[in-house]
Ligand binder design. Structure first.
Ligand code: ADP
Ligand code: MG
Length: 616
C-alpha cells in the first residue's frame, strides 16, 4: 500500500482531484469541508447518495492527526475502507469481524501514524483498550456517520451511540466533531446536536432532490408480468426489488429463477450465512438483481444500482425515499418505481392495527400509532396523486418546489381533466345516506346500481343514491374517490370505511371537483422522450456501448482478482466517461471522472490498452 505524506495536499480541491479523481465538489461538500478546516463542529443533513463520505474523508487528509469515523455497520465500514485503500489512502476499521490479532496490529499501525482514517463500531469506544489507544494518538476529528442512530425518534436507534459523548469527554483534548445523516426531521436533528454535545456547529441541509432519479407509480393489473417485462427491458442492469413480506420475496424469487434470471434474495427468515452470501453476490455483481424485504439495504453503498422497484407500497415516505434512494448513487440516471394496488393499503392498515405495543406506555403507543397512520396516509397520497411525484416528495421533506419536474411518471403522463362535481356530490350523498358504514366498493356499487348479493343483503336498492350514476364506470369513480380523499372531502375510518370529511367548501357553487383521468395506455413512452442527460448512458453511441462492455469485463476481472466489488475498482460513471473521452495517455486518463493518481497507477494502463485495442 502506498503512503501519502502528511500535508502533501495544500487544498481540498487538490486532494479531491488527486485522490478521488473528481473535478468538482457536489453541492454542500465544499462548505462542510471548509468549516471543518476552520475547526468547527458540523451537522450535515444530506440525502442518500449526496456524497457525505467525502465531506469528512477529504478534510481527514488535510488535518494533522487521525480521524475516527464511528459507523453503525460492518459492511459499511468495509466498503468505505476498501474504497479508500483503492484510492491510496491508508485507512482501516475496528469491529467484531476482526480477530484480536488483527485488531492489535491495527492499533499498532494507528499509533505509528500509519492511518489517516480509522473506522470504529460504537460498541468499541468505551472498551479499555480503545480508550488507552485513543489517549495515545492525536485525534483531529471524530466523525459520526449515520448519526440519526443516536436518536430514539428514528427507527435505527442504536444504544451504543449514546456512549459517544462520554468517550469524547474522556479524551484529553476535544477534537472536531462532525455528524452526518440523511434523516431530515427536526427532532432527530435536535437529538444529534444535544446528545453529541456539538458546539455551535456549522449546520447544513442540502436540497433533498436527487435529480438523476426518475420516480413513477404504476398500478399494473399483474405485478409479476410487469416485473418480468421490466427486467427484460433492463437486462444486465443492477436493481433491487423490495417486497412487503418474506412470502412475496420467496414467490417472486422462485418465479424469476424459473425464467433463468440471475437473482438473489434477502429476508430475515434466512440464516445469517445465507443472507451474507446473497448480499455479497449482489454487491460483487454475481447477480444483478436482489429481491428483498426492507431488512436489506442499510449498509449497502453499491453505487451502480440502476433501479429500485417496490412491489408493495412501503409504510412511510421516510422509508420509501431511503430505499428508493439506493438507486443511482453514482449520479447516473436510475429509476424508482412503486407498484401499487389498493390491497397494499389494506395490508399496511392491518399491520398497523395489529402492531404489538404491549411493552410500551399506552400514551406513547397512541402517539406512535397516530404518527404511523399519518405516515401511511402520506404514502397513500403519493400513490394516488396526479401531481408531480418529485414535488410531492420534496414538499413532504419541507421544501417548496416552484414547478413540476417534467421528468417523473406523472409529469410525463398525459392526463385528461374531467369536471366531476356532480358525481362527487352524488358519492357524498351516498356516504351520508348510508351513514358512513361502508367502504369504497359498496359505495361505488350502490351508485352504479349493481346487483350483487352483498348489496341485496344491506338493502342498498332502497337508498335514494342507488343507481344515480349507473352510466358511469368503476375506474372513473375510483379516481373520483381518490381525489375526494386527497382533497379531504371524505376520509377513511377503521376498516377502510368512507366517512364525510370537510364538505363546507363544496357548498360554494364555484367549487369544482376536477379529476385527472389516468389512462395507462396514454403513458408516453419515456424511452423516446429526451431526458435530462446527466453524464448518462445516453451520451454513448452504439460503438461506445461495445467499448463500455469491454471495460466492464476488465473491471470484473480485476475485481475478482482483488476480491473487491467491481464498483470499488471504478464505478459505471467512470467507465462511461472513459468511453466518451477515449483516453490513451496518463494525463488524459487523469481527466476522467473518478480516476486519481493511485487508481491510475494501479489500473490505468490496462484500461488504456483496451481502449487502444478498440480504436484500431
Ligand atoms: P452518502 O453517504 O451521502 O449516501 P456517498 O458518500 O456514499 O453518499 O457517495 C455516493 C457516491 O457519490 C459515491 O460513489 C461517491 O464516490 C460519489 N461522489 C461523492 N462526491 C462526489 C463528487 N464531488 N464528484 C463525483 N462523485 C462524487
Ligand atoms: Mg454514507
Amino acid at each position: 500500500m502506498r503512503t501519502f505524506d502528511r500535508g502533501i495536499y495544500k487544498t481540498s480541491k487538490e486532494a479531491l482531484k488527486a485522490v478521488f479523481g473528481y473535478d468538482s465538489f457536489r453541492p454542500g461538500q465544499e462548505s462542510v469541508i471548509n468549516a471543518v478546516l476552520e475547526g468547527r463542529d458540523i451537522l450535515a443533513v444530506m440525502p442518500t447518495g449526496a456524497g457525505k463520505s467525502l465531506c469528512y474523508q477529504v478534510p481527514a487528509m488535510l488535518l494533522s492527526g487521525i480521524t475516527l469515523v464511528i459507523s453503525p455497520l460492518i459492511s459499511l465500514m468495509q466498503d468505505q475502507v476498501n474504497a479508500l485503500n483503492e484510492a491510496g489512502v491508508n485507512a482501516a476499521f475496528i469491529n467484531s469481524s476482526l480477530s484480536e490479532k488483527v485488531i492489535n496490529e491495527t492499533f499498532k499501525n494507528a499509533v505509528n501514524g500509519y492511518y489517516k482514517i480509522l473506522y470504529v463500531a460504537p460498541e468499541r469506544l468505551m472498551s479499555e483498550v480503545f480508550i488507552s489507544f485513543a489517549k495515545s494518538v492525536e485525534i483531529s476529528m471524530i466523525t459520526v456517520d449515520e448519526s440519526h442512530c443516536i436518536s430514539q425518534w428514528g427507527q435505527d436507534f442504536r444504544p451504543s451511540y449514546m456512549d459517544i459523548a462520554e468517550f469524547i469527554n474522556i479524551l484529553g483534548k476535544r477534537p472536531i466533531i462532525s455528524a452526518f445523516t440523511a434523516t431530515a426531521t427536526q427532532n432527530v436533528r435536535e437529538d444529534i446536536i444535544c446528545s453529541l454535545g456539538l458546539s455551535d456547529p456549522y449546520f447544513l441541509v442540502t436540497g433533498f432532490d436527487r435529480e438523476n432519479l426518475f420516480f413513477q407509480v404504476d398500478k399494473p393489473q399483474n405485478k409479476e408480468r410487469f416485473i418480468l417485462d421490466y427486467i427484460e427491458r433492463h437486462r444486465g442492469e443492477s436493481g433491487i426489488i423490495y417486497c412487503a413480506t418474506r412470502k412475496n420475496v420467496d414467490s417472486l424469487y422462485t418465479l424469476l429463477r424459473k425464467q433463468n434470471i440471475s437473482v438473489a434474495r434477502y429476508h430475515a427468515g434466512m440464516s445469517n450465512e445465507e443472507r451474507k452470501q446473497m448480499q455479497d453476490d449482489f454487491v460483487f455483481d454475481y447477480t444483478s438483481i436482489v429481491i428483498a424485504t426492507n431488512a436489506f439495504g442499510m449498509g449497502i453503498d453499491k453505487s451502480n444500482v440502476r433501479f429500485v422497484i417496490h412491489y408493495n407500497m412501503p409504510s412511510s415516505m421516510e422509508n420509501y425515499y431511503q430505499e428508493a434512494g439506493r438507486a443511482g448513487r453514482d449520479g447516473l440516471n436510475s429509476e424508482c418505481i412503486l407498484l401499487f394496488s389498493p390491497q397494499d393499503i389494506i395490508i399496511n392498515r392491518f399491520l398497523l392495527e395489529h402492531k404489538d405495543f404491549s411493552d410500551i406506555d399506552p400514551i406513547d403507543a397512541m402517539t406512535i400509532r397516530d404518527r404511523d397512520i399519518k405516515r401511511l396516509q402520506i404514502m397513500e397520497g403519493y400513490c394516488y396523486t396526479t401531481e408531480c411525484l418529485r414535488n410531492y416528495i420534496l414538499k413532504y421533506f419541507g421544501e417548496d418546489p416552484k414547478k413540476p419536474c417534467d421528468d417523473c411518471g406523472n409529469c410525463l403522463r398525459q392526463f385528461e381533466t374531467l369536471d366531476m362535481t356532480d358525481e362527487a356530490k352524488k358519492i357524498i350523498n351516498c356516504i351520508y345516506e348510508s351513514r358512513g358504514r361502508y367502504g369504497k366498493n359498496i359505495i361505488m356499487d350502490t351508485v352504479l346500481g349493481a346487483k350483487t348479493a352483498r348489496l341485496a343483503e344491506i338493502g342498498a336498492s332502497k337508498y335514494k343514491s342507488y343507481g344515480v350514476l349507473e352510466s358511469s364506470n368503476k375506474n372513473l369513480l375510483r379516481r373520483l374517490i381518490e381525489e375526494l380523499l386527497l382533497a379531504g372531502y371524505i376520509t377513511t375510518g377503521e376498516y377502510q370505511v368512507l366517512k364525510l370529511g370537510d364538505i363546507s367548501r363544496l357548498k360554494n357553487t364555484d367549487t369544482k371537483v376536477m379529476v385527472k383521468i389516468t389512462d395507462e395506455d396514454k403513458v408516453t413512452n419515456r424511452k423516446l422522450k429526451p431526458k435530462k442527460n446527466i453524464n448518462g448512458m445516453d451520451s454513448l453511441t452504439s460503438a461506445g456501448f461495445k467499448l463500455f462492455d469491454k471495460l466492464k469485463e476488465l473491471r470484473l476481472e480485476i475485481a475478482r482478482a482483488e476480491k473487491i466489488p467491481p464498483y470499488i475498482v471504478f464505478n459505471d460513471k467512470t467507465l462511461i466517461d472513459m468511453c466518451a473521452k477515449m483516453p490513451t495517455t496518463k494525463s488524459d486518463m487523469l481527466n476522467v471522472s473518478g480516476i486519481g493518481e493511485n487508481k491510475y497507477s494501479k489500473y490505468g494502463e490496462r484500461f488504456i490498452e483496451v481502449i487502444k485495442g478498440y480504436q484500431l
